[in-house]
Design a protein around this ligand. Structure first.
Ligand code: GZL
Length: 308
């Protein structure tokens, strides 16, 4: 007597797992490591998800290759963080033709046809840039004359770099006491922050303030400032974004003045969106994470509550 198939009730009673393809940006920062871990953990805790995660190691071409492989593997949903904003039309046209919904996590794309992606889960980077500038204007009364700011940008063409710069300069332009003397392009790594800061110092262009687009570049810049015999956080004000544990440690040490929170713990929201999609539910087009700002005076108190 072989097992009888249950009558086909028409309901999808299959226990088929949802095949989720995730194309990770790379391993450029401690924020990224926390973001990747959050996605892995959230997927791993859900028995209904079969996670396939690939790392593009900072290359858009590799990320496109990974997405094409997911299409061949007939995944049910693709979630990825576009390394840069442009160059996605072709591959997203292919995912749409394959009927695979795409969740943008952390960073956005710029495409003509926004039906090529289903939802965005991440932060408001323009507001993060504004918050850094507002803190500066509120906490650092400009010295006599104009206070010069060195801006260390994240990966060229990436949404966080473009939008943090936009927000920072929008607020700074409202105050005559500050100006961005130089804006250099880094790549969110410690090494790029250190190299760009060393270069500015060796050219004799020592700023009163450094605004780094993420903590890893800020920590690299702090290293360069110390190597030049200067005191970061005192002789040179250092501002940053992400508010990782490393930033809290630097703030406790008095070397970093402030970091705007950018929440990497998107895993649970991504998995919920994936399940809702698979269940045919409507999901919001934008899911923006709530964030705050942290500075030296609260770093000691807050560090114990931090999860990344
Ligand atoms: C922002 C994220 C940025 C972080 C960096 O959401 O894309 O990339 O600020 C990370 O630390 O490398």
């Amino acid at each position: 007597q072989n097992d009888r198939q249950p009558p086909n009730t028409g309901l999808d009673v299959s226990t088929k797992k949802i095949k989720l393809g995730v194309a990770i940006v790379g391993s450029e920062s401690s924020w990224r490591a926390a973001n990747t871990e959050s996605i892995k953990n959230a997927a791993g805790q859900d028995v209904g998800i079969d996670l396939m995660m690939q790392n593009a190691e900072g290359s858009q071409d590799k990320q496109i290759e990974i997405i094409r492989r997911f299409i061949q593997q007939k995944v049910d949903v693709i979630a990825f963080t576009p390394i840069v904003e442009t160059g996605w039309e072709q591959v997203l046209t292919e995912t749409k033709a394959a009927g695979i919904p795409v969740i943008l996590t952390d960073r956005k794309v710029k495409v003509e046809d926004d039906s090529l992606w289903t939802t965005f889960i991440g932060s408001d980077f323009v507001e993060e840039g504004r918050r850094a500038a507002r803190w500066l204007v509120e906490h650092k009364a400009a010295d006599s004359g104009v206070t010069n700011v060195l801006e260390l940008q994240g990966t060229a063409g990436s949404a966080p770099a473009i939008e943090r710069k936009q927000g920072f300069e929008e607020v700074l332009s409202l105050s005559s006491g500050f100006r961005v003397l130089d804006s250099e392009i880094g790549d969110f790594t410690y090494e790029s922050g250190q190299a760009l800061m060393s270069k500015a110092i060796s050219l004799g262009k020592i700023p009163q303030v450094v605004f780094a687009h993420n903590d890893d570049m800020a920590l690299g810049a702090i290293k360069a400032i110390e190597k030049a015999g200067l005191k970061p956080g005192k002789e040179i004000v250092v501002l940053s974004v992400d508010a990782t544990k490393l930033a809290f440690q630097a703030m406790q040490a008095g070397k970093l003045n402030m970091s705007v929170e950018c929440n990497p713990l998107l895993g649970p929201q991504i998995i919920k969106a994936v399940k809702d999609l698979a269940a045919g539910k409507e999901i919001p087009v934008n899911i923006i994470t709530a964030e705050g700002i942290f500075s030296q005076d609260t770093a000691k108190r807050d560090i114990s509550t931090r999860k990344y």
